[in-house]
Design a protein around this ligand. Structure first.
Ligand SMILES: [Zn+2]
Length: 125
């Protein structure tokens, strides 16, 4: 399985790690050995589900961490590979993304100048 780069993970991963997360693809990734506080029967249920549907319920030996690009959490290590898709899109489209970000901020600066000018006029400056 191809995965996103470590650099991408260092820059975009959320700062929170935990026992269990559901990826935007629907898979549940959980860390049974992390000393977490589970609800009564929760971990046992996860093992049952993992045995029944090992593609959708995946036990890992590390704290579960995610990316959140505003479209739902993508679990790091999830086999769906959605983080890789976003990373590759970012690389392939980096020139357009840079152009978009520059124009977006230029427009915001322009709008801020308009507001400041309006405020100055109202304040008699
Ligand atoms: Zn996923």
């Amino acid at each position: 399985m191809r995965e996103h780069s470590k650099l991408f993970e260092e820059v975009f991963a959320s700062d929170i790690a935990g026992a269990k997360r559901e990826c935007v693809c629907g898979r549940v990734i959980f860390n049974p050995d992390g000393g977490w506080d589970w609800d009564e029967g929760e971990l046992e249920d996860l093992f049952v589900q993992a045995k029944r549907d090992p593609d959708m319920f995946i036990a890992v030996d590390y704290s579960v961490q995610t990316f959140d690009f505003g479209t739902g959490e993508i679990v790091i290590g999830c086999p769906c590979g959605r983080a890789l898709v976003i990373e590759e899109f970012s690389i392939v489209e980096s020139a357009r993304i840079a152009r978009y970000i520059r124009r977006y901020h230029e427009a915001r600066i322009g709008r801020s100048r308009e507001v400041l000018t309006t405020l100055d006029i109202r304040n008699g400056r």
